[in-house]
Design a binder for this molecule. Sequence first.
Ligand code: ADP
Length: 664
Amino acid sequence: MLKKAIHLLLYLQFSTLILQAQPPTMSSEWEWFNTFEDSLSSRNAEELLENKQEALQAAIDIERPDVESKISKELAFIHISKTNDLEKAMSYLIRSLEIDEKSGNEAGLIFTYIGFYQLFEKIEDYYYGKEFLEKASTILRNYDLPPLRVYLNKELGQTYWLTGELGKSIEQYQNILTYATAERIPKLEAETHTDLAEIYKNENELERALNHYENALKIFRRIESPLLTAECLNAIGNIYLIRSNSERAYENYLAALEVLRQLNGAEAQLATLYNSVAQYYFKEGNAERALANLRLANPLAQKSQKQELIQDTYGLLSKAYKELGDYQKALEYSELFKALEDFLQKEKVDRSILKMQSRHTINQKQSLIDQLELNRIQKDFELEKEKRFKDFLIIMVTLIAIILILIFTLFILQKKNNKKLKVANLRVNAQNDELEDLNATKDKFFSIISHDLKGPLNSLTSFSGLLMNHTSSLSTEEIQMLAKDLDKSLKNLFALLENLLQWSRSQTGNIEFTAEEFDLTEMLNENKRLLDKQAENKNIQIEVKNTKSITVQAHPNSITTVIRNLLSNAIKFTDEGGQIKMGVVNEKHEYVVKIADNGVGMPKDVANKIFRIDTKHSTQGTAKEKGTGLGLILCKEFVEKNGGKIWVKSEEGKGTIFSFSIPK
Ligand code: ADP
């Protein structure tokens, strides 16, 4: 615990990284990279390494691989630029790569790739370095960070040039140029012109090179950068010299000289310029003036400590003395030139031996990088597979959902249709019933007309025939009796016709059952009065129980027809001396009219069919009165048209009670 705390403190002290609460972004990493690169030049390698190694250990101890990866990169950069221990740098970079790939940290990964690039550039393995730059560039495509893009463009431009891919190299610089022009960054613009000019000059495309140099020169002059202005003028002069335009070359050298003279510490540039001027004089065939310039160049070159510049100057001096015939001096400088060349050559060989050694150890480790790359590709593949499977699942689920919805909709539709079908069926059934009813009605109608009307009419014609043909042989009493029978038959016929007419009117819808207020008690009494005579003939007593008037809302004509029919039936089916009682019961929602007799009654099966039109039932009355079986059917129809019900309670030999209701 304590150890961990100490490490944490150490870690906090050595690294500000942990203070970054947020995960690294591409721009925060770029900022870190720049500040770190800057700090490298000003600090002592040993001290730096010590600090970073402790911080690295702390990061490992507190298990912060993100921090470990970053410090590993820093250590790698230190080894690349300071200690030249490329093997160690490689180890750190591989560790960093491992962490970044595992965590998918693209911002970290770009700088690990840049680290590898710097490492391979150091051993001049540009092909391998290029691969890492391209990887970094590919990742950066998804990010908007122009300064880092410019950095990669520049490194790629240089590397492509070194690997002989001229077109690609120029493309990189053109990208920078476009960006610098659009964003108005003149220094970057001018520098890129110079880079392009150098490439074209190397390719011997002098016109293009000159063009770029001139563009650069304009900008350098504008932003007042004398050293770069002078370098540019010198370079332009050199191109004119190659093209044998000595005059223009000289003009440019002169202009450069003017600028440089006003500066301090520009020894290398001045020496280079004097050498250029010497070359001009050689071309002019003026070895003396050339020597004069070279004499000025030599001490400046020495002061600049630039070996190659010094060597160039020695070579030119030897040439000048030779042309002037001073072979002694010419030999001296030629030997100095050779010695320096040997020295530089040896250094070069040493360097390349070192590089070869590094390359050997690095190459051994390359398989590790390849393995990591392979792992990443495999991981990507797995992810892709997983994603594809997920997509497949989503599609399947969506499809199943759609199918389910379809099935459900179909089910609902079918249910709805079934319902409609059922309703239609019911309607058809009802219509069928109605049609059957109508058919039965029609049959009934015709049978009544053909049979029931024929009977009374037949007896009427036989009575009238008797009267007509036997008038003289008949006594007055006999004639009176015949006339009485004739009257009875006529009355019967009249009642029948009345019912028939009423019924047919109701069937054709010609009766409008509009409700009116009337007194029910009064209506019972009225019908009693109407049929009293008939009852008296059979010595039957009719009693109306109600004394108080009862007002109801119904269609009076139809209700009075019902009462008259029921009362006349009661008289018809009651023996002489019988009794009939009529009354109204006041119930909660309706009035119930009751007509009771102590007549012949009827069996149960008869009681069940007397209201039905499809089963004709009729019996003769107690005094042989004839009927048609139409009266009760008419009663049922009229009661129901008034919103009520009709029913019968009867016992054979004891009597019958007919009841019907009128809603309130
Ligand atoms: P009708 O009286 O012309 O035959 P109804 O429809 O009025 O036709 O009566 C049908 C039958 O019901 C009668 O023929 C009779 O058999 C029976 N009926 C009706 N009223 C009574 C009653 N009050 N007592 C006994 N039977 C009756």
